[in-house]
Design a protein around this ligand. Structure first.
Ligand code: HEM
Length: 386
């Protein structure tokens, strides 16, 4: 998230070549599936106990957090819970209104409102936790080299190498990992909670996606990541969810580097630019008169994709700032949704009608549901004991 320049370019290269390339993302499959299975086991336990109402929003977040924390630090990190709380706190301040964003000359307002001191305090605490995590990992690696590189291992190796044009410092390691959590957790869990919300609200589509998955598995009960390409309707459901509920509705705020003209409007250098992906995804000019309906079939046989070439559909952005975590985020969402839909049937809690389901989002950098998604789970395909 650095400003444009050599150091940012080097960072993008590290994301693409070292941290989040397709091979590396694939190598984290076991971690992903393990994190999802722990949560589905918890859902199965609740479904058969006296507390059958599942908070799917919370479950989605805890699946993704468990996945990202293990990919970043491994499963022996003692500071997991503390780290996640601090990142959550930092994210809430980042999304809150900073007067100096609107009026740069009024910087002192952020001191008056306490925002600046809160941010500094959370940064100080994060720094301390990071120092502990890094020291622990260095000791563990010295005792026994890792079988598969975690994100922290990749970054620590790069830090020790002297061939980088912009040497990687400890602060860079901390910043990149924080960035992965800020950019990659709530966005991904938001896809899961909105996909589940839309499917619960649209029973025909729910039935179709589950039927396809259960038939494709041909009696096999243990779902693997390699089964996912068979679920083509699930893929359409995810696309439609991201059109209708882009997790970052205004992408990430950008700054115009050079004065330019767009459709007759002069955009001065230094102006903050917001791109409304939410409005583009619901524009009838591109999506037709049913743009406000959830209809995964609209992507069937269509070449429109979210890879940044169709500007009416840009949940991951477009251009040189395109999201470097797309494959990681999508794979995590697919695995989580596949497990939730394959193993369980879902309906709203007793007495609640589809019309009662709150479909409003929170406005901020990310757009999760305003109220948590509560649903009843009925186990259909037993979870495999292995
Ligand atoms: C479904 C999940 C995700 C969505 C919807 C999403 C969406 C986005 C969007 C809209 C942008 C801004 C693009 C632009 O300005 O053109 C972005 C940037 C970014 N994303 Fe993602 N993201 C997701 C997952 C992830 C994950 C899992 C990671 C890391 C592991 C990640 C890391 C980043 C980073 C570092 C940037 C900044 C790139 C730059 O400024 O050069 N994202 N993402």
């Amino acid at each position: 998230m650095l400003p444009y320049g050599g150091k940012w370019k080097q960072g993008r290269k590290i994301y693409a070549m070292e941290m989040l390339n397709a091979r590396r993302v694939k190598s984290y499959a076991a971690i992903r599936v393990d994190a999802v299975r722990k949560v589905t086991a918890e859902i199965a336990r609740k479904a058969s106990a006296q507390t059958p109402v599942i908070n799917l929003s919370e479950m989605a977040m805890s699946m993704i957090n468990a996945n990202v924390i293990r990919v970043a630090f491994g499963d022996k990190c003692k500071q997991q819970a503390e780290f996640l709380l601090l990142v959550k706190e930092a994210f809430s301040y980042m999304s809150s209104l900073a007067v100096s964003d609107m009026y740069p000359s009024l910087k002192f307002f952020d001191t008056l409102t306490g925002l600046k001191s809160k941010l500094e305090a959370v940064r100080g605490k994060l720094d301390k936790v990071f120092d502990e995590i890094i020291a622990q990992r260095q000791v563990a690696l010295a005792a026994q080299p890792a079988e598969e590189d975690l994100i922290i291992d990749v970054l620590l190796k790069l830090k020790d190498e002297s061939n980088q044009e912009f040497p990687i410092t400890s602060n860079d390691v901390k910043a990149i990992i924080t960035e992965i959590f800020l950019a990659g957790t709530e966005t991904t869990s938001t896809v899961i909670e909105w996909a589940m919300s839309e499917l619960i609200k649209n029973p025909k589509e729910m039935e179709k996606v589950q039927k396809e998955m259960r038939e494709a598995m041909q009696g096999k009960t243990k779902l693997e990541e390699s089964d996912i390409p068979k679920f083509s309707y699930l893929n359409l459901v995810i696309k439609e969810t991201m059109r209708f509920h882009p997790p970052a509705p205004l992408l990430i705020p950008r700054v115009c580097r050079e004065t330019c003209e767009v459709m007759g409007y002069r955009v001065p250098a230094g102006a903050r630019v917001l791109i409304n992906a939410f409005a583009l995804g619901r524009d009838e000019q591109y999506w037709g008169s049913d743009a406000e309906s959830f209809k995964p079939e609209r992507f069937e046989g269509s070449s429109v994709d979210f890879k940044g070439f169709n500007y009416e559909f840009i949940p991951f952005g477009a251009g040189r700032r395109f999201c470097p975590g797309m494959t990681f985020g999508l794979t995590s969402a697919e695995v989580a949704l596949a497990h939730l839909l394959f193993h369980f049937d879902w309906k709203l809690p007793q007495g609640m009608k589809i019309e009662d389901l709150d479909m409003m989002e929170i406005s901020g950098l990310a757009a999760p549901r305003r109220s948590p998604l509560l649903a009843l789970a009925k186990p259909i395909i037993p979870l495999s004991a292995e």
